[in-house]
Design a protein around this ligand. Structure first.
Ligand code: GUN
Length: 302
């Protein structure tokens, strides 16, 4: 189907964000002598995590940042990971710290996250930043990158004020579902959080003017789940078999049947090329924000 006019293009929007980060970074460095620094810690050899971390490093360099990657083996003791986080907390050349999740089972993920200085928590996972978002103190928070990027795409479709609109978020994770619900609420939407234990999920979804799918179930949201005229944001990234491409081949797909959803939706994000590129762009934006705060400068708006 030709999705022209309905597709919320994350590649284009992410390029716009990154162009602004680059321009603002040049100004920051020229006027205050500060170069934003992003440190990423990866523990173990998960192939998907390795790909994500490598692309974060590349994008950071493209933005003119100081980029650090700390690569640790899967059997690294928790205390050693915490020690690296502490060193980065104390390092003035690093403004943003990201520990790639998931971590190996013997490491307490929450303990690691809560050890990151809230001022360098560019993932927005520390209790302090979760609390700022939850109380609507958005300008002082770090907002998690995937929901923040999703909101930019949503604003392109619907503008800044979502008053009177029903938003349904399917998924209640700390990384996406909960922060997304808080952002929608801050933009005046009427918000329902649904999840795997929700009864009549389809009924609830089909009342949404804004439908956000973040459950990790390939193409769960079908055409008849989508209210006519709705805006659909697909946060899912699922790798599925694609025998039509040849033996053993796979493809990426979202939590939404995109073609089906477009029969009803006014706007929808594709996978790939929707929310995915926004996540990394917003990580760059958050790192610039962290450095701008240290420099005592006005914060760029994204
Ligand atoms: N793993 C999958 N998504 C994320 C994310 O947004 N941040 C971190 N740190 N790890 C992830």
């Amino acid at each position: 189907m030709n999705d022209e006019g309905k597709r919320l293009d994350g590649k284009v929007a992410a390029e716009e964000v990154v162009a602004k980060v680059k321009a603002e970074t040049e100004k920051l460095t020229a006027e205050s002598g500060i170069t934003p620094g992003l440190a990423v810690i990866i523990v173990g050899e998960d192939p998907a995590s390795q790909v994500y971390v490598a692309s974060k490093g590349r994008k950071a360099k493209e933005c003119g940042f100081h980029s650090v990657q700390i690569t640790l083996s899967a059997d690294t003791p928790e205390a050693e990971v915490l020690g690296h986080v502490q060193s980065l907390n104390d390092d003035p050349s690093v403004h943003g710290i990201l520990v790639q999740l998931p971590l190996p089972g013997h490491i307490d993920e929450n303990k690691v996250i809560q050890t990151i200085s809230p001022d360098k928590d560019v993932d927005g996972f520390h209790y302090i930043n979760v609390g700022k978002l939850g109380t609507g103190d958005l300008s002082n928070a770090f907002v998690p990158c995937t929901p923040a990027g999703s909101m930019i795409l949503l604003r392109k479709a619907l503008g800044d004020d979502l008053s009177g609109l029903n938003a349904v978020v399917i998924g209640r994770s700390n990384i996406v579902g909960k922060p997304m619900a808080n952002l929608l609420l801050a933009a005046n939407a009427t918000v329902t959080i649904a999840h795997s234990r929700t009864k009549n999920l389809q009924d609830i979804a089909s009342q949404a003017d804004i439908l956000v799918a973040a459950v990790g179930r390939p193409e769960m949201v079908k055409e008849d789940w989508v209210k006519p005229g709705a805006t659909v944001i697909d946060v899912g990234i699922n790798r599925v078999d694609a025998p039509e491409r040849g033996e053993g081949k796979t493809r990426l797909t979202g939590d939404v049947d995109y073609e089906g959803a477009l029969e009803n939706a006014a706007h929808a994000t594709p996978v790939p090329g929707g929310v995915g590129p926004m996540t990394i762009a917003l990580l760059m934006a958050n790192t610039l924000t962290a450095a701008s705060r240290v420099a005592g400068r006005e914060l760029p708006k994204f």
